[in-house]
Write a protein that binds this ligand. Structure first.
Ligand code: THU
Length: 158
């Protein structure tokens, strides 16, 4: 038998320890939670992307009475970016969420599996995406999507 372990490195920083560019992106993600359409889960998620061309793009979760039709904040932002800035890579993704109390979560909200796969495609096409997960106890920073989705299935796996 052969065995190996895959690890994920996460650094938890204070808002003050972020670069001005990163803290601005986190603030945009927090603001984006207020455009969430989430009458079913009452869980408001905001995402903000910093693109390679310096543009920022935001998104929030958009739900539907037919639940699977809804779209997460991350993919709402990514698909907007893909439609408006085709061929431009993503440098940083910030995520924030408010729970049913209306307050920002005290634990990091990480992208769901489907969003990780969508992000993995962008990372495979353009290069590493830094991920910033805001919560009231700090900002969880991860250097790439690969850290969150190891053994990634990409176009090269086909
Ligand atoms: N959601 C996101 O938008 N992003 C995540 O990273 C996790 C979950 C949304 C989907 C749904 O509208 C609500 O949060 C509850 O799952």
């Amino acid at each position: 038998m052969r065995e190996y372990t895959l690890t994920t490195q996460v650094r938890v920083l204070t808002m003050e320890e972020l670069t001005p560019e990163e803290s601005r992106l986190v603030e945009l993600a927090k603001k984006a939670t207020y455009s969430s359409y989430s009458p079913y889960s009452h869980f408001c998620v905001g995402a903000a992307l910093l693109l390679e061309n310096g543009e920022t793009v935001c998104g929030s979760n958009q739900e539907n009475a037919s639940f699977p039709v809804g779209c997460c904040a991350e993919r709402t932002a990514m698909h907007y970016a893909g439609a408006h800035y085709p061929g431009v890579g993503i440098k940083v993704l910030a995520i924030a969420a408010r729970d049913t109390s209306g307050e920002f979560t005290s634990e990091a909200t990480a992208p769901c599996g489907m969003c990780r796969q969508a992000l993995a495609e962008a990372e495979h096409r353009f290069g590493p995406i830094r991920i910033l997960l805001y919560c009231t106890e700090g900002v969880h920073c991860i250097d790439s999507v690969g850290e969150l989705l190891p053994m990634t299935f990409t176009s090269e796996s086909l």
